[in-house]
Design a protein around this ligand. Structure first.
Ligand code: SF4
Length: 293
């Protein structure tokens, strides 16, 4: 589902910050590929982009691929940012650049949810997951997109059920520029490892999408050009073991069906459009594969 329709139209610029260089993003392997420029499509920001009212134009920029331009900021009426601690400096930099255009800037995601005090310059802090705080943010931007006189902190008390999540707006991202596809099945973890903030942020009772949502998302990823691996970015994929076991037969069936479609005449047309060149080093990974990690 999306946010309720609102008559007032706002142009929303979603900007995902560049990652600080690290081993984990595999960026030094990108020159070995045929055009990969970034690690994975960001689930959180693409989910928020998909949740915006249907009549609100949304533009998505991943600064790991290209920086937001003057034209992007001039187009926008408000800017949304999301990221992890490792992107803190870059998120604050996006806020500074957006303020140069006098735009209101909202930040959500794991970093601000864990440490709101890291982000004193932002106009809106969205703390927690998609839910009532998101609806309140949309309502405030609809009423008045200008910068509020002081920072507004919106905390999600009522999370949107994951079975109502829209498919992330993969179509807004340049999917073929990513090293891996990404997908989320569950949120939260029942364990309490002492070094981990996941149970505190996302709860100890894993929330789930349905298998049908997952296969529909995989279809959309394939449609948008993901022809290699898809990474499940769950906090803990086996946090609810029964649910994980229930999902697996659906994934197996989906993989069989995707292979059939890729070898059918219409599928071959689809593959020619979407697949990487056969001479590329990554062509061995051109069949849909779903690693469970
Ligand atoms: S998400 Fe992983 S590390 Fe964190 S509490 Fe759960 S099992 Fe432990």
């Amino acid at each position: 589902m999306r946010a309720e329709a609102i008559e007032t139209v706002r142009r929303i610029l979603c900007v995902f910050p560049r990652y600080t260089s690290s081993f984990g993003t595999f960026e030094y392997a990108y020159p070995l590929t045929d055009g990969v420029q970034a690690f994975m499509p960001p689930q959180g920001l693409l989910l928020i982009a998909a949740y915006m009212p249907a009549n609100w134009p949304v533009r998505f920029i991943d600064e790991n691929i290209r920086p937001a331009s003057t034209a992007d900021f001039e187009w926008a009426e408000a800017v949304l940012v999301s990221g992890m601690h490792i992107q803190r400096q870059q998120m604050n930099d996006i806020c500074r650049r957006a303020h140069a255009f006098d735009l209101a800037v909202a930040i959500g995601g794991p970093s601000v949810s864990a440490c709101p005090d890291y982000y004193p310059s932002f106009d809106y802090l969205h703390v927690g997951e998609l839910g009532d705080a998101t609806d309140e943010l949309i309502a405030r931007l609809a009423r008045d997109p200008s910068r509020p006189a002081q920072q507004v902190v919106l905390k999600t008390a009522d999370r949107l059920d994951m079975t109502s999540f829209p498919i992330p707006a993969y179509q807004l991202a340049d999917i073929k520029r990513y090293f891996l596809g990404s997908i989320q099945y569950s949120s939260g973890c029942p364990y309490q490892c002492e070094f981990c903030d996941i149970p505190g942020l996302y709860g100890r009772n894993p929330r789930l999408k349905t298998p049908q949502q997952i296969t529909a998302e995989l279809d959309k990823l394939l449609e948008c050009g993901v022809t290699g691996s898809v990474y499940f970015v769950d906090d803990n994929f086996i946090g609810n073991r029964k649910a994980a076991v229930d999902l697996l037969p659906h994934l197996i069936e989906w993989q069989k069906s995707a292979r059939r479609r890729s070898t059918s005449p219409s599928g071959r047309r689809f593959s020619r459009k979407c697949a990487r060149p056969s001479s590329s080093p990554s062509s061995a990974a051109s069949r849909p594969r779903i690693p469970m990690r």
